[in-house]
Ligand binder design. Sequence first.
Ligand SMILES: C[S@@+](CC[C@H](N)C(=O)[O-])C[C@H]1O[C@@H](n2cnc3c(N)ncnc32)[C@H](O)[C@@H]1O
Length: 305
Amino acid sequence: MGKWLEVAVACTRENVEAAANVMNEMGSGGVVIDDPALIVNCINQGSIETVAPSFGQTAGSGVVVKGYYPAWPGTNSRLEQLLARLGQLGVTWSTREVHEEDWATAWREYYKPIKVGKRFVIKPSWEEYNPGGDEIIIELDPGMAFGCGTHETTSMCLALLEDELHGGELVYDVGTGSGILSVAAALLGAEKVVAVDIDEVAVRTAAENIQLNNVVDIVTVRQGNLLEGSVKVRADIIVANIIADVIKALAPDASAALKTGGNLIASGIIRDRADEVALALENAGLTCERRMEKGEWVALVCRKV
Ligand SMILES: C[S@@+](CC[C@H](N)C(=O)[O-])C[C@H]1O[C@@H](n2cnc3c(N)ncnc32)[C@H](O)[C@@H]1O
């Protein structure tokens, strides 16, 4: 793995585009634009539901544009040209060396086997673990997809799947991410699991994790929007760990895709919006029978009556 030189340019909003153009023209294969105002806009529009409490203290008002250049002999002269052109824009900059392996694997150091629910152990694929008693091991390499098991919204789904699955069920996993809930359902005895995600990186990661856990005969994964085009037979269980608005949008289709007596496990719901989501699910013909809370998050179990 190689070394890279990161050039971070402090800009005003007016010269962001010019700085990004210069960096691209000088050979950065894309730039990162770090603009706290974009996050504030998203918060105001309601498209981000949670923000680290430290955000307000750490977010400055300026924009930082970052470009990356392979650190090999010859980069120095290119860097001089780049800095001269940036100088003409009247911006300031800093440089630092970054190692490719730092990006790709640094997070792995902090990701160890963890126990979730009553029996699950989520084991990173590169870690050793000797299972004890009736533990169920989920091997996982989440890559760039959401779902390494540590998030409250995921761990509530795992605990609820343990309670709701008894063997032989058809399960739809909407917004599968790393595939963690599909693998869990298969290991708990589901007969068939259909996993869907709108994001192609998630679909690829889920397929790898399904293979890693030897459940390819049980779980199929496809790219798609919610349940569109996925429902051939009504399900016993639908699990969806997405955000409040998406759960509300899913409610009518989820209700139609469940057998009578089947359950929707809906998670990813921020506490302030749980009543509103529950109402949308009830209006779609489901009865919310159980509510679980962890931190700021709520998961609901709603039955098709
Ligand atoms: C919070 S993650 C949950 C991942 C995993 N199921 C878990 O519980 O850890 C939500 C996932 O839903 C996917 N998603 C968001 N909107 C979607 C949609 N309209 N249709 C299908 N998947 C969607 C995202 O790409 C993301 O992978």
